[in-house]
Design a protein around this ligand. Structure first.
Ligand code: TYD
Length: 133
């Protein structure tokens, strides 16, 4: 485990009519929610992400299908495979992160702690290494 990045289990209501899970800010995830976005229709072999956020924190859930999230805190790298909709990956600020190995029809939900801001991104890995020190 690097920094406080971790898998967080969500409530799960199993029901013969279909299952239900949910997430509430400051209860299941350690930040207030400012934004949600989702990634879908990813062609085979494509990667998303490949950058860091200085301030933004995220919670990533595979609502459908599966994909891998690569995290790098500047010292250690770790890969988390997400493939269930009742848990997700908490990504603290200041992590390099990339998403890859998307399965067909996968759907990634990302819940974020800040509004979209290009100024919060670090797109260059060497710049990230200098910034994180
Ligand atoms: P980006 O975060 O760069 O995606 P990825 O890292 O997976 O390539 O976002 C891609 C584009 O979408 C970028 O041009 C800006 C836009 N965007 C928004 O306008 N709002 C958002 O909340 C997000 C996440 C992206």
């Amino acid at each position: 485990m690097i920094k406080q990045a971790r898998i967080i289990e969500l409530p799960k209501f199993l029901d013969t009519r279909g299952n239900l899970s949910f997430v509430e800010e400051l209860i299941h995830i350690p930040f207030k929610i400012e934004r949600s976005y989702w990634i879908y229709d990813v062609p085979g072999g494509e990667t998303r992400g490949g950058h860091a956020y200085k301030e933004n924190q995220e919670f990533i859930v595979a609502l459908s299908g599966s994909f891998d999230v690569l995290l790098d805190d500047g010292e250690k790298k770790e890969i988390y495979s997400l493939n269930r909709s009742y848990y997700g990956l908490y990504v603290p600020q200041g992590m390099w992160r990339q998403m890859e190995n998307f399965s067909t029809n996968s759907l990634a939900l990302i819940i974020a702690s800040t509004r979209y801001s290009l100024a919060d991104y670090i797109y260059d890995y060497e710049e990230f290494r200098r910034w994180i020190k």
